[in-house]
Design a protein around this ligand. Sequence first.
Ligand code: HSE
Length: 306
Amino acid sequence: MTSIKIFCPATIANLSCGFDVLGTCLENVGDEMIIRKSEQKGIRITKIVGANLPLETEKNVAGVAALALLSAIETEFGFEIEIYKNIKAGSGIGSSSASAAGAVFGINELLGKPFSRKELVEFAMQGEILASGSAHADNVAPCLLGGFTLIRNTNPLDIVRIESPSELFATIIHPKIELKTSDMRAVLTPMVSLKSAIIQWGNLGGLISGLHTSDYDLIGRSLQDEIVEPLRGKFIPNFNEIKTIAIENGALGSGISGSGPSIFALCRGIETAEKVGNAMKIVFKKTNIEFDIHVCKINSEGVKTI
Ligand code: HSE
């Protein structure tokens, strides 16, 4: 095999109570990439369609992640990468991680899979460091592994993949404004109160347990964020209204997707997910900001060859 075309899915990080430690992978929203072996060693980004991103390897998240992989293995050849972006940068649904995860997945396939998907997370995280200045894995891990992933630790990396209930759908509204993850991390405070921490880890345990046991009510009760949402919600137009309308229309819970501005709602069944999407649409039309709505099943496979 000398070239590969791949689908790099969008992801929701944090899921309210799991800041930096929990993420999930989405079906039918994502980027595509074509990766080719080349005689010239190293990594070259040869084409980017759909976004104004740097072609220089060291300045591109896919390039940096790919270089990290190449530094861990001897190869006789190099790779050329074409990126077709559908996920907007700064949208909160894992744009940079889709590129980083896609690059390392594709190269690994072309090399005959010397690394497991879990091992690829470490390389992909280098792209996240370039994009946001922080080594979080709650987008790259679900993108590479599919389903829900818990990042128990990043040093050393310890990732737990969590199966999700079959009827779980996500509705996402993406207001077309850009919020940079680095800026949205800068608004956070380094200290949290013990009271907030207790509520947060109770909810995180509840959410993980609810996912394992398909207890939709427990999932809904646990989708609360005591710590991050109060500091970031104000940067998202109509955030509280969207959340309220989602829950009034049957969503299990709703919160900020990653560092925003996208807002997610988890729903039981596609009918409810679509109803929530329609309700979000009506509320958000009151702003003059353009937006997209996505209704997605949870993607249990992750990044894949197409
Ligand atoms: N956990 C990260 C954050 C995800 O919220 O800053 C960024 O996509």
